[in-house]
Design a protein around this ligand. Structure first.
Ligand code: NAP
Length: 175
């Protein structure tokens, strides 16, 4: 930045207060902070409390990572843990014991909501993240071209009814 080679800056996972501070500092230094990359998905909602307000106030975009909760918000684990899946690998952040009975029950019920919308669970999960105007894009992962192509289908239906929002939140917070 100081040598003029960085024209724009992005930050990741800063809380709302630090984001506001970073935006002001970077603006003063003449290198605008244009994007924030936080973890956000149906299971992890922390950005809804204060960060989205900070992004709106500072004019910063948002590109969440792990919008599919590393694969949990797909049909990947509905019938066990496939040997080629992320959870089956020794290394990485998704561990087998994170896929609990309770999570599986939620995933299975969310899958039913997605089916009624004519979507896969992955597509519904991505569309749901994209519902917030401050969210510019999503940073999704894929282990095959088929997954990526299927996930792009999320853009075919980004509308949710109030009833669907209520049902999704009920599954997440009351079961
Ligand atoms: N800024 C940061 O601190 C930070 C932190 C973490 C990650 N990141 C970035 O964010 C990127 C995305 O994160 P993520 O990989 O955790 O994202 P994610 O989209 O939540 O999870 C991706 C995984 O979901 C599974 N998947 C995707 N589409 C699927 C489908 N249609 N059907 C079944 N399974 C599907 C695949 O798992 P399988 O491999 O099991 O097929 C894939 O590897 C990373 O590559 C990394 O660059 C940034």
């Amino acid at each position: 930045m100081r040598s003029g080679k960085a024209l724009y800056v992005g930050i990741s996972s800063y809380d709302a207060a630090s984001t506001r501070k970073a935006a002001a500092m970077l603006r003063d230094m003449g290198t605008p902070c244009v994007i924030h990359q936080p973890k956000y998905n149906l299971f992890e909602r922390w950005i809804e409390r204060e960060l989205i307000d900070a992004l709106r106030d500072t004019g910063m975009g948002c590109i969440p990572f792990s919008p599919l909760a590393q694969g949990m918000l797909t049909d990947r684990y509905l019938n066990g843990i496939p040997s080629d899946s992320r959870a089956a690998k020794e290394h990485g952040f998704l561990k087998k014991d994170m896929i609990t009975e309770g999570k599986l029950s939620q995933i299975s019920r969310l899958n039913e909501v997605a089916k009624r919308r004519g979507q896969s669970l992955a597509q519904m999960s991505l569309a749901w993240v994209l519902r917030i105007p401050e969210i510019t894009s999503v940073l999704l992962g894929a282990s095959s071209v088929e997954q990526l192509e299927s996930n792009l289908g999320a853009l075919q239906n980004k509308q949710f009814s109030d009833e669907e929002y209520r049902e999704i939140d009920h599954i997440i917070f009351n079961s």
